[in-house]
Design a binder for this molecule. Structure first.
Ligand code: HEC
Ligand code: HEC
Length: 226
C-alpha cells in the first residue's frame, strides 16, 4: 500500500493535487468523479490531449449547462492551470497524449489551396464564419491561436470533420496556419463591394435590407406614377 502511494506520488506532476482539486470542483459534476461520464456529459477516459486543451483554451469548457451549444468564451483558467489540468486528465485517459506540432513560415500559396479545399465551405472564404444549417454555425477563426486551429483540425469539434495527417499532413498544416494568419491580417478581398470584410453573415443581411429598401422604393414610385 505504501509502495503504491509512493509510486503514484512519484509518477504524478508536482501540481497534480491542484489540478485534481480543480477537476473535482469544476468538471466532475458533469463528467463524473472518475471521468466516467454520465447523463450530463461524455466520459473523458479516452479523450485526446488536443481535444481537452482546445476545450479549455477556447473557454468551451467548463460548460455552464449540460449539452448547451458550445461557443468560444474567454478561458476560465490561467495558461498554467490549463496545462496542469490537461496533464491531470491525460494521466487518466487512454487517448492520444500529444498536442499538435506547429511551425511558422508555412507557404501561403499552398495554404490557400488547403483552406479552399477543406475549410472555406463552412468557415467562408474570409475565415469569419458562416451559418452552415441544421442550427450549426462554423465560427470565426479570427481570434483563434495557431495551436487552437491545429487542435480543431486534428480533433474536429462538433460537426466539423476530423482531418488526420493523411488528409492534411504536417507541411500542409503549417501552410494552412500561414494562410489563416494572412486572413487574420484582413488581407482577403474577393473584389467587388467588400463591406470592410465583415463576412458573409452581415453581408447577406445587408444585401437583404438594401434589397428590401430598393423594392419598397420601386413599389412607391410605381404607385405614384400617373
Ligand atoms: C455543465 C456540465 C459540464 C461541465 C461542468 C464540464 N463539462 Fe465538459 N462537456 C460537457 C458536455 C455536455 C460535453 C459534450 C459536448 C458536445 O460534445 O457537444 C462536454 C465535452 C467535453 C470534452 C470533449 C469530450 C469529447 O468526447 O468530445 C472535454 C475534453 C471536456 N468536456 C472537458 C471538460 C473539463 C476539463 C471540464 C472542467 C474544467 C468540463 N469539461 C466541465 C459538459 C460539461
Ligand atoms: C462541415 C463544416 C466544417 C468544416 C469543413 C470545417 N469546420 Fe471548423 N468548425 C466547424 C464548426 C461547426 C465548429 C464549431 C464547433 C464547436 O463549437 O464545437 C468549428 C470550429 C472551428 C474552430 C474553432 C474556432 C473557435 O470558435 O474557437 C477552428 C479554429 C476551425 N473550426 C478551423 C477549421 C479549419 C482550419 C478547417 C479546414 C481544415 C475547418 N475548420 C473545417 C465546422 C467546420
Amino acid at each position: 500500500m505504501i509502495a503504491f502511494v509512493l509510486a503514484a506520488a512519484l509518477s504524478v506532476p508536482v501540481h497534480a493535487s491542484d489540478a485534481a482539486a480543480l477537476y473535482q470542483t469544476r468538471c466532475s459534476s458533469c463528467h463524473g468523479l472518475s471521468m466516467q461520464g454520465g447523463p450530463q456529459a461524455p466520459p473523458l477516459t479516452n479523450a485526446d490531449a488536443a481535444d481537452v486543451d482546445f476545450m479549455l483554451q477556447t473557454g468551451r469548457m467548463p460548460a455552464e449547462r449540460p449539452w448547451e451549444e458550445e461557443v468560444r468564451k474567454p478561458p476560465s483558467f490561467a495558461h498554467k492551470q490549463i496545462s496542469e489540468l490537461v496533464a491531470y486528465i491525460m494521466s487518466k485517459s487512454s487517448g492520444d497524449q500529444s498536442l499538435p506540432v506547429i511551425h511558422t513560415g508555412g507557404d501561403l500559396g499552398s495554404g490557400r489551396i488547403v483552406y479552399a479545399e477543406n475549410c472555406a465551405q463552412c468557415h467562408s472564404a474570409t475565415g469569419k464564419g458562416n451559418n452552415i444549417g441544421y442550427r450549426s454555425v462554423a465560427p470565426s477563426m479570427m481570434d483563434s491561436t495557431p495551436l487552437e486551429i491545429a487542435e480543431a483540425v486534428r480533433t474536429g469539434p462538433d460537426v466539423m470533420p476530423k482531418f488526420g495527417p493523411r488528409v492534411i499532413d504536417q507541411k500542409h498544416l503549417d501552410d494552412l496556419l500561414a494562410y489563416v494568419r494572412w486572413l487574420k491580417m484582413g488581407k482577403y478581398n474577393a473584389g467587388g463591394f467588400s463591406l470592410s470584410n465583415w463576412g458573409p453573415i452581415s453581408e447577406g443581411f445587408i444585401a437583404w435590407v438594401v434589397g428590401i429598401a430598393l423594392l419598397v422604393f420601386l413599389a412607391r414610385r410605381l404607385g405614384t406614377t400617373p
